[in-house]
Design a protein. Structure first.
Length: 191
């Protein structure tokens, strides 16, 4: 199992921490890159960037739950949510919906207790190599999470990741960069 990566930002005057992840099991996940980049724009916070591969569990079913109980990984993830002051997720789109890795984690964690997000400020992102930028999964999540978390501060889609993102510069399209910065400002204000 890999170790969770903690990036501590200097001068954390707010004393706040945010949980950040790409909702994908890909080791080269562009959504993990986007989530990490977005988190780097939030100043004065501790960033807990995690990898969903550290929370691999059997596929959820009520039969598995009855047989095995809720896996420790689900409890560990739930604790991360509970301890965070805010959450940034970049959703990978697989066939128009959540990745199996994320959906399975979500299903297991939702069995622990009714409250999932604890009304933490939540910023949803998505990207893809294509021109829609994961917009379908982002719309699904925005609609679903707006009911379960009254502190959903917004969503952002980055289309054509490989054309619009540079590892050194970040988002290269000025309009898209400005849009993300506006969402980050709302997120930071909600912390």
């Amino acid at each position: 199992m890999t170790v969770e990566l903690f990036l501590v930002v200097k001068n954390n005057v707010m004393g706040k921490s945010i949980l950040v992840f790409g909702a994908s099991s890909s080791k080269q996940s562009i959504n993990k890159q986007l989530a990490a980049y977005a988190a780097s724009l939030v100043s004065d916070v501790q960033i807990n960037l995690i990898d969903l591969n550290d929370f691999e569990m059997p596929l959820f079913s009520v039969d598995k739950e009855a047989e095995l109980g809720v896996p420790d990984e689900a409890h560990r993830f739930k604790k991360l949510i509970k301890n965070a002051d805010g959450i940034i997720i970049s959703l990978a789109e697989h066939n128009g919906s959540y990745s199996v890795a994320y959906k399975n984690l979500y299903d297991w964690v939702s069995r622990i207790e009714k409250e999932f997000w604890y009304s933490k400020p939540l910023l949803l992102l998505a990207t893809s190599p294509g021109p829609r930028g994961g917009k379908t999964v982002l719309d699904i999540a925005t609609q679903a999470y707006s009911y379960t978390n009254k502190k959903l501060v917004g969503s952002f889609s980055l289309p054509s990741f490989h054309s619009n993102y540079d590892k050194e510069k970040g988002i290269v399209d000025t309009g898209l960069a400005q849009e993300l910065n506006e969402k980050i400002a709302l997120f930071k204000q909600a912390l």
